[in-house]
Design a binder for this molecule. Structure first.
Ligand code: 5GP
Length: 193
């Protein structure tokens, strides 16, 4: 079995990791995106099977029973999010897989895959900047926004547990830095700190 190569982008919601993930995928054409399963409703710009596998709670609970998930969380509002084993199993040195998951999920993946996984924590420049981004996105109610900010505060305190931290202040710089870390990791010369 070739060693899997797993790249995880994690961050508090709204820190910009999905934007960074899209940019990385656009540049590194050999990289595959791990499409998570979720019970959340699709947002207007999202496509089933591309952004997420949007499933019912029953279907998700079946995934759990069948051990089809590497990790899963009830992230917000009791909604389930999880990484499908089938999405990650295809990872090889030539075809690495990119996961965009929450902080607890990233901790679980790191525990499971150890040095075969590179976990990059994308940090917002500040909590104020994060609040602005979440408000600007306009996808959350006030209450959900508060919940996300409270959670973000806790998640940011865990940043140093991960392999590398990238501050998403200027997007272009954050993308370049992320690409650098991924390339070094894939070349086998990444010194994890
Ligand atoms: P959103 O609802 O904004 O798309 O995602 C909410 C949070 O769930 C984000 O932090 C996102 O990265 C995370 N998430 C997405 N997929 C997964 C997954 O498969 N597992 C875990 N643990 N978190 C996920």
């Amino acid at each position: 079995m070739p060693t899997p190569r797993i790249i995880v982008l994690t961050a508090p919601s709204g820190a910009g990791k999905t934007t960074i993930a899209r940019r990385v995928l656009g540049i590194m054409s050999q990289m595959r995106f791990s499409v998570s399963a979720t019970t959340r409703d699709p947002r207007p710009n999202e496509t089933d099977g591309v952004d997420y596998h949007f499933v019912t709670r029953e279907a998700f609970e079946q995934f759990i029973e069948q051990d089809a998930l590497i990790e899963f969380e009830q992230v917000y509002d009791g909604l389930y999010y999880g990484t499908l084993r089938s999405e990650v199993n295809a990872a090889t040195p030539e075809k690495p897989v990119l996961l965009d998951i929450d902080v607890k999920g990233a901790q679980n993946v790191k525990e499971h895959f150890g040095d075969d996984a590179l976990v990059i924590f994308v940090k917002p420049p500040s909590l104020d900047a994060l609040a602005e981004r979440l408000t600007g996105r306009g996808t959350e109610s006030n209450e959900a926004l508060q919940e996300r900010l409270n959670r973000a505060r806790m998640e940011i305190s865990l940043a140093d547990d991960f392999d590398v931290v990238v501050v998403n202040d200027v997007l272009e710089h954050a993308v370049d830095e992320t690409l650098g870390h991924i390339r070094r990791f894939l070349a086998g010369s990444h010194h994890q700190v």
